[in-house]
Design a protein around this ligand. Structure first.
Ligand code: GRG
Length: 291
């Protein structure tokens, strides 16, 4: 990365996402906090995955851009709430003050609430998609974002502070906290398009692998990254005495596991031809990223 595909799609997504956010009706300061927390330089990994998977499965770009916007709203909400004093209590995110530091705690809570609800309102209005597909997407994404997925994973994460957990527990936590929304981003692109069961199943395993690979890389970066690269203080896992892949497996084996998951994911898609290349590049990007 960045390939020409990556640069073009990122640009197209930013324009579509900005337009979607500007449509949200909210009191002035809440709207300002909402835009502050979304248009602030995230990697847009989940939207790129939706667009890449939609492209592989023949979805219309307009539709995948809308779905990707809805998913990025949920991701942004999760970061705003994760940074709150009751959770990770972070001062910086993406190199800028976190939402509750730039505004205040109540505004940050409501910004997250507004983004989460706006996401589903927005999904329900993608009128070029059939009502059945919209319902399927809402079911997929709400399940991934809720207590069976991201919210449940966040709960497990918070309850794992100051104690050692097993590798199995760590994997379950990560598959829910980060993996579930990443997986939904990929499967949403497939639902928007039309694909056969075999490709859907491959995408599903690819998604499981890169979701976990993303988190292992995150653990590695928390040890090896700098504040400048990460846009937030490194070493937060150590500070909170959290079990990580590094604390349970060591750095070398964690890198080994990351490489194994990435290679398996790429291998799975290699039979799907040129249209699978962006997804393959995104798996490499997750493996090699430095922030
Ligand atoms: C508060 C319900 C609730 C959930 C929070 C995802 C999450 C759950 C918390 C984020 C905490 C964290 C730093 C997890 C590590 C992996 C992760 C999701 C990193 C942030 O995602 P990126 O790297 O962020 O895609 P950008 O800024 O690029 O969008």
């Amino acid at each position: 990365m960045p390939t020409a595909w990556f640069t073009t799609q990122l640009h197209t997504f930013e324009a579509a996402f900005t337009k979607a956010l500007e449509k949200i009706d909210a009191p002035l300061r809440l709207k300002e906090a909402l835009l502050y927390s979304t248009l602030n330089g995230g990697k847009r990994l989940r939207p790129l995955l939706t667009i890449a998977s939609g492209e592989l499965c023949g979805a219309k770009l307009e539709e995948t851009l809308s779905i990707a916007s809805a998913i990025e709203m949920i991701h942004a909400y999760s970061l705003v709430h994760d940074d709150l004093p009751a959770m990770d209590d972070d001062e910086y995110r993406r190199g800028k003050l976190t939402c509750h530091k730039a505004y205040d705690e109540a505004t940050a809570i409501l910004t997250g609430d507004a983004l989460l609800t706006a996401s589903f309102e927005f999904l329900s209005h993608i009128e070029t998609l059939s009502a059945e597909k919209r319902l399927q997407l809402i079911q997929l994404i709400s399940h991934a974002a809720g207590s069976a997925g991201m919210v449940g994973g966040q709960y497990l994460d918070l309850s794992s502070e100051n104690r050692t957990i097993s590798l199995h527990e760590l994997e379950t936590l990560h598959r829910k906290k980060t993996g579930a929304l990443i997986k939904a981003s990929i499967l949403a692109g497939a639902i928007a398009g039309n694909t056969n069961q075999s490709t859907y199943d491959k995408l599903s395993v690819y998604a499981d692998n890169i979701g976990l690979a993303f988190q292992i890389k995150d653990d590695i970066l928390d040890i090896t990254g700098t504040q400048e690269e990460l846009g937030k203080k490194p070493g937060s896992d150590l500070l909170q005495e959290k079990s990580t892949y590094i604390s349970l497996l060591g750095l070398e084996d964690s890198i080994g596991k990351l490489d194994e998951l990435t290679n398996e994911a790429i291998e799975l898609l290699s039979s799907l031809g040129k249209k699978a290349e962006p997804l393959i590049d995104l798996a490499h990007y997750i493996q090699k990223r430095n922030h």
